[in-house]
Design a protein around this ligand. Sequence first.
Ligand code: IPE
Ligand code: MG
Length: 226
Amino acid sequence: MDGNGRWAEQRGLSRLEGHIEGCKATRSVVKACVGLGVQVLSLYAFSAENWGRASDEVNGLMHLIEDALCEELDDLIGADIRFLASGRCCELPESLQRMLVGAEKRTADEDGMVLNLLINYGGRAEIVDATRALAYRVQAGEIAPEDITEQLLRECLYAPGLPDPDLLLRPGGEMRVSNFLLWEIAYAEIVVMPVLWPDFDGGHLIEAIVEYNARQRRFGGVPGVE
Ligand code: IPE
Ligand code: MG
């Protein structure tokens, strides 16, 4: 969800006001995804690298995420959404951690769309955490090094039950991956759109899906060859 800062700057507002506007866009995009039958929506809310920002922006983002989740929780349940948080959550403020765990628990039995919130998330950190979990299992004698496969590593990622994303949609126009779901996006189709996140709506989402539908996915194969 990129471009909140630039959106605010263009209007002479603070970056935090951009994030508040971005939050409204998030609400409408979540609704649009439910309406379109999207099965999993992973939203990159706060990266492991975002701690380097000014402390008032970081604190503002933490409060904003906590407040938004608190306000939306009943609506998430009403829309059958199962909430997940992915990232090093133990490094987040305690009240936010409680909120995230509570939202996961309260929505655990929902069988509609999965809303996976990436918070204090880094793709490299996720692979390091998975590697560490496997190393402990080897050390405990539960598995041998040669038992480690792609499947086994995948099972140690933050949200092992989720399928790999089909579409990586980046608003804000930057042509980079920025440490987002590095393992999982191996074969994702990338769509970059110039629109800044606070301006993003269901129409832009449909535009991206139309572009995705025009892509030919080969997964390293050759079309027509079994
Ligand atoms: C939001 O956009 C991303 C978050 C960390 C919440 P930015 O804050 O990166 O906005 P730009 O890229 O500076 O415009
Ligand atoms: Mg940015």
